[in-house]
Design a protein around this ligand. Structure first.
Ligand code: ADP
Ligand code: ADP
Ligand code: MG
Length: 652
């Protein structure tokens, strides 16, 4: 008798997509819950049913217990998967689900309670014989804490006992820094977790973050599924994770694995959990915390074990016994995951918000060893309300080197247009000597930030990139130029605050440009939508690009460079009056998508021009009404020629 039939996923983004896929695959009915900011998010459409649970801020939606339980009641969902973050480690919530007759896909509330508080968890671990980092926890005044800090020893970490996601943690290098560390950790913890309780912990210098995935069922069986190494962190948040760890030997794996299983059994654990350890330079390990949920980086474990952890979570929640024993767990190869964030690594990793214009994953996914867990698609909005992680790109390989190479290639193959991301930084990190040698420690990336490491300095487009941008801007005129006519013109382009004046001359496929004192030339070999193939300095290459309004965006070496043409005649004309719709390039008008009198919204496609086998969509730049149409489909048009006229829509 199945215990449940319909699973509600109380989360969003990539993890909601991830859980919904397996749930569907196992035949369950599925329900998504979403905030007003996520109405159009891909995870909503993936579920059989979806319910809006409130406004964008998490407190009103993804943390809104009453609204989530009401959505379950309304849809008849009899099980709930909490994902990670949000309510996943909230013992009260797990209890409320049970009381409402909903199976909570996670450990029993008591196990969450025992492990949810870092101080309480450390206490339990010590009792179970698992080594913990020396530290202090308990009620204490500021003066007492200063005394305890001396006993613990500097440098130390001040941690929020309720903390998660790297928040509520501060380093104190010495006694002088302690008051400030306590103050700011408490303030952050209070606002993030509603609980300012702090603890002290010796800082393990040059330590590595190694964590053990454990799984337990309701019948007393528990296994460990090897380790993950998540040492590549920035501000105590994981950036790149891999399995197995480059520093863990089979003997150490077994030792840590057994300790983790002991830890889980000690609290009556069930389901998926992760025991996080910090490993010092002598390879001694210490318990940090247990995450009583599915982990962001679970895919690397899936790739080396061949298991589907969400499937196992659902089986265990159904009351089934784990379908294998410890000895059956076999590891194969190496897997590495990169967290793709909408952030600008070259501006202090500032989170970015806005629309995703294009995120082509197909090419990367033609490689069987690549997996992309994404929560976004073209048209998705990244809002300021939630975590900036938009996708995870994961590679498997026979060896660590192979996995890393494949991951770089996959990252290069799926440029994200529309927002700044950490893609280039991830690639640079994967290729850094430190990563390649496996010589990382948890504070390395923060040191790089502090010393303004070259990896963190913004890259500007090179000559080739300027030339390519010029080619795309003027590219469509090629048909007319094929007849042997040569054209010369001046083009101004700007990118990342730099404006360049290019003296261009075109002869068929050949493009010459004078850029400063450099004479450059490039041969265009083919132009398809989004792909331009060319030859530069004797080498043929392809570049992925996007035309967006007056912009040309080029994906090069993991960067997406955005070029704009500030002074071109046609853009100048259209910039002046958005009601005047002109052809941005010469070509044949293959479709006119509107009729006189139609009301259009900003971003609607008005017409499509084809030139050089490339389609350019002409979009409305304002909400308006079509008042006249100058050309119809099938006609040839010149660059700058008027296509239609819009007028402001009269208010009704
Ligand atoms: P992992 O160890 O799986 O990487 P993290 O601790 O980094 O998990 O957290 C995973 C996600 O959940 C992140 O998006 C983080 O911001 C969020 N998160 C973690 N703990 C909390 C919490 N207590 N409250 C809100 N969000 C959290
Ligand atoms: P969170 O709940 O925010 O994940 P953790 O206790 O897991 O908090 O700490 C976050 C990260 O900070 C860890 O992954 C680890 O890299 C680093 N860290 C935590 N404690 C220590 C320590 N005692 N010494 C060195 N690094 C630590
Ligand atoms: Mg942690």
């Amino acid at each position: 008798m199945p215990r449940f039939n319909k699973l509600l996923v109380a989360n969003r983004g990539e993890i909601a997509c991830r859980v919904l896929r397996t749930a569907r695959d196992m035949g369950y009915q599925t329900v998504a819950v979403f905030s007003e900011a996520d109405r159009a998010a891909p995870f909503v459409a993936l579920a059989d049913e979806a319910v809006c649970i409130g406004a964008a801020p998490p407190a009103q939606s993804y943390l809104n217990v009453a609204a989530i339980l009401e959505a379950a009641r309304k849809t008849g969902a009899d099980a709930l998967h909490p994902g990670y973050g949000f309510l996943s480690e909230n013992a009260e919530f797990a209890r409320s689900c049970a009381e409402a007759g909903i199976v909570f896909v996670g450990p029993p509330a008591d196990a969450i309670f025992a492990m949810g508080d870092k101080a309480r968890a450390k206490q339990r671990m010590r009792e179970a014989g698992v080594p913990t980092v020396p530290g202090f926890w308990g009620e204490a005044s500021l003066e007492q804490l200063a005394v305890e800090a001396e006993r613990v020893g500097y440098p130390l970490l001040v941690k929020a006992t309720a903390g998660g996601g790297g928040r509520g943690i501060r380093v104190a290098e010495n006694a002088a820094q302690l008051p400030q560390a306590l103050h700011s950790a408490r303030a952050e913890a209070q606002s993030a977790f509603g609980d300012g309780t702090l603890m002290l912990e010796r800082f393990i210098t040059r330590g590595r973050h190694v964590e053990i995935q454990v799984f337990a069922d309701q019948h007393g069986n528990a296994v460990y599924l090897a380790e993950r190494d998540c040492t590549a962190q920035r501000r105590r948040q994981k950036v790149i994770e891999e399995a197995p760890s480059p520093i863990v030997t089979p003997a150490l794996r077994e030792q840590m694995g057994r300790a983790a299983v002991t830890a889980a059994l000690a609290v009556g654990y069930q389901g998926a959990g992760t025991v996080e350890l910090i490993v010092d330079q002598k390879l001694d390990y210490y318990f940090l915390e247990m995450n009583t949920r599915l982990q962001v980086e679970h895919p690397v474990t899936e790739l080396i074990t061949g298991l589907d952890l969400v499937r196992l979570q659902l089986l265990v929640a159904e009351g089934q016994a784990l379908p294998f024993a410890q000895d059956d767990v076999k590891l194969s190869g190496h897997a590495i995951e990169a967290r793709l964030y909408a952030e600008d690594p070259y501006a202090g990793f500032a989170p970015q918000t806005g629309s995703i214009l294009r995120f082509p994953v197909e090419r990367a996914l033609t490689q069987p060893a690549i997996r992309i867990d994404s929560g976004i698609e073209a048209g998705s909005q990244v809002t300021p309300y939630y975590d900036a992680m938009v996708a995870k790109v994961i590679a498997h390989g026979a060896t660590r080197d192979e996995a890393a190479r494949r991951l770089c290639r996959a990252l290069l193959d799926c440029p994200l247009y529309g927002l700044r991301t950490n893609t280039a930084f991830l690639i640079d990190l994967l290729r850094s000597p430190e990563f390649v040698r496996g010589e990382l420690y948890t504070s390395l990336l923060d040191e790089w930030v502090a010393e303004k490491h070259p990896l963190l300095q913004a890259k500007l487009p090179d000559d080739e990139a300027w030339l390519l941008a010029a080619a795309v801007v003027s590219g469509a005129g090629l048909t007319t130029l094929r007849s042997g006519s040569v054209s010369s013109f001046e083009l101004s382009l700007s990118c990342q605050g730099v404006t360049q004046r290019l003296q261009i001359s075109r002869d068929g496929q050949l493009l010459h440009a004078q850029l400063g004192s450099n004479n450059l030339s490039l041969t265009l070999l083919s132009v398809r939508e989004h792909t331009l193939r060319y030859q530069y300095e004797g080498i043929q290459r392809s570049v992925d690009y996007l035309r967006h309004g007056a912009q040309v965006q080029l994906a090069l070496h993991g960067h997406v460079f955005v070029f704009e043409e500030p002074s071109a005649l046609q853009t100048e004309r259209t910039l002046v009056d958005p009601r005047l719709v002109v052809a941005p390039l010469a070509g044949s008008l293959i479709s006119v998508r509107v009729a006189v009198g139609d009301q259009v919204k900003q971003g609607d496609v008005l017409a499509v021009i084809e030139a050089m086998k490339m389609e350019t969509r002409i979009m409305a730049r304002i909400d308006a009404t079509v008042s006249s149409i100058v050309h119809s489909a099938g006609e040839q048009v010149e660059a700058g020629e008027q296509l239609m006229q819009l007028r402001d829509t009269e208010p009704t």
